[in-house]
Design a protein around this ligand. Structure first.
Ligand code: EPU
Length: 456
């Protein structure tokens, strides 16, 4: 039975965004029940930025109640955009007509750990002729470079001035369409190009673009605003710039990352979870791997039911850009793979350091060996990248409780389900980080019968 030892933690729809929450979790109990996923974090935050480009108000529906949305909301507000809740619960209305420039310190104070300020560049250049990116290259951005973004903006005619506060970007001759080829199909850089090209003079041809479903949904948002965007085979996107855009009314695509997370929670804890709002089409690749790993699922009109189908089996997975297996899916899957009978291999090819979280799983009894320079294994589908790593997971290994600190969003979620699957008691610290991408986390854990206390 859950006791709330901390009065400030509300496991209700009024959940607060706190820092450093600590949970005491008693594991070994299957998670069973129903959770709902709402709009995708990785679309909602970008669609909010797009609202800046319209000359009239925009309405975004099914916006998740997560801290990344709060960050973008406050960044819009410091730029003079009026943001209101409504017209229906879970929706936001944006009025960009009072948009104004903000100072480095204001942007910095509201940006938190988010990379979203980078995506404000194109819209702010169109609107105000200037965009500021604070604290570039600081530890907040860490190893995640923004060179593709900067190169793309330069191709549009933007000019960068570095100062001790950050980077000031202007476009003395305006922004004009460009031929841009990304060195890698980066999600953020593709969004940068889209948000800039829609109002640039002339046509932009973007090659090697990311084509994630969230990007396709952003294209739909921009088209509703009046943009002319088409996509062609082989990752080519064509954008014909227009002079003005209007506001939009859009319901966000569902969060397939959160849906996959709960599916893996069912697999890891040997439970049964119905993920309301999950759709098959955007999760095809995940569902294949889920099935091969010993999962069972049933697609319904309003969601997908997930559970185990007998014992878990080892799999070989390579993360990749869409239509590959998402890098955000591997962390919760790895928890389940610790219970598979045999040796699994996960190649992380998208980010250069996204397997560090496995050390804490080893502390809980897992047998995971990380190869920091990757591994050459037969039957690879994704071309080998210089920065990749691989995790070899030997199972099954019973998990036991441990004291662990959430390192990041997806790694942190995997600690949560590892603790829920493990025998005994775990302490999971810094759980507030999960609020960046998992809305109403406590409400959902309660609905699934998780045994935990908030202890700090
Ligand atoms: N990259 C560069 N230079 C750049 C931009 C990217 O080298 O200028 C590299 C990155 O270092 C990385 C690769 O390109 O190795 C891919 O990065 P990408 O730009 O695609 O990632 P992102 O846009 O920063 C988004 C999501 C991530 C998700 C990735 C991949 C948002 C806010 N974030 O990041 O989501 O993992 O795409 O799909 O949309 C998460 O939800 O936990 C999360 C991290």
């Amino acid at each position: 039975m859950k006791t709330l030892l901390n009065d400030t933690a509300e496991p209700t729809s009024g959940e607060k965004h706190m820092t450093g929450e600590t949970l005491r979790i008693t594991g070994g109990r299957p998670l069973r029940g129903r959770v709902e996923v709402k709009g995708a974090k990785n679309l909602a935050t970008k669609a909010m930025v797009a609202a800046l480009l319209g000359e009239t108000t925009s309405v975004l529906r099914d916006v998740p109640d997560i801290s990344d949305v709060q960050v973008v909301r406050s960044l819009l507000e410091v730029h003079g955009v009026t943001v209101e809740e409504g017209p229906e619960p879970g929706s936001l209305t944006f009025d960009p007509r009072g948009a104004v420039a903000a100072h480095f310190e204001e942007i910095d104070a509201h940006a938190g750990a988010s990379r979203i300020p980078i995506l404000f560049c194109g819209p702010l250049l169109h609107l105000l002729g200037e965009a500021l990116i604070p604290d570039l290259g600081g530890c907040r951005i860490g190893d995640r470079p923004i060179n593709f973004h900067m190169d793309a903006l330069r191709a549009f005619g933007a000019v960068m001035d570095k100062s001790y506060e950050g980077i000031r970007i202007t476009a003395p001759d305006g922004l004009h369409g460009a031929a841009i080829e990304l060195p890698y199909p980066s999600v953020g850089a593709t969004e940068q190009v889209l948000l800039t090209a829609v109002r640039a003079k002339g046509t932009t041809e973007l090659r090697n673009a990311a084509i994630e479903p969230e990007i396709m949904d952003l294209i739909a948002v921009l088209q509703k605003m009046g943009a002319i965007i088409s996509y062609e085979p082989n990752r080519v996107i064509l954008i014909e710039g227009v002079e003005t855009l209007r506001g939009y009314d859009h319901r966000c695509i569902f969060d397939r990352n959160e849906a996959a997370s709960w599916a893996c929670a069912a697999l890891a804890t040997d439970g049964e979870i119905f993920v309301g709002g999950a759709k098959q089409q955007e999760m095809l690749v995940f569902l294949n791997v889920f099935r091969k790993a010993g999962g069972w699922f049933d697609v319904h009109e309003d969601g997908i039911l997930f559970r185990r189908d007998g014992s878990l089996k080892p799999v070989m997975v390579e993360t990749d850009v869409h239509p590959g297996f998402m890098t955000d899916w591997q962390q919760p899957l790895i928890v389940a793979l610790t219970q598979a009978e045999g040796r699994s291999i996960v190649h992380e090819t998208v980010y250069e350091n996204r397997l560090g979280f496995t050390a804490a799983l080893n502390q809980m009894g897992a047998d995971i060996v990380v190869h920091p320079d990757g591994l050459d294994t037969p039957d690879r589908r994704v071309p080998r990248r210089a920065l990749e790593q691989a995790a070899v997971i030997n199972g099954p290994t019973p998990l036991h409780g441990a004291d662990v600190v959430v390192p990041d969003l997806r790694g942190g979620y995997s600690y949560l389900i590892a603790a829920l699957a493990a025998e005994g008691e775990s302490i999971v610290r810094n759980v507030d980080i999960l609020r960046r991408g998992y809305e109403k986390l406590f409400t959902k854990l309660d609905a699934l019968g998780a045994d935990y206390d908030v202890i700090g």
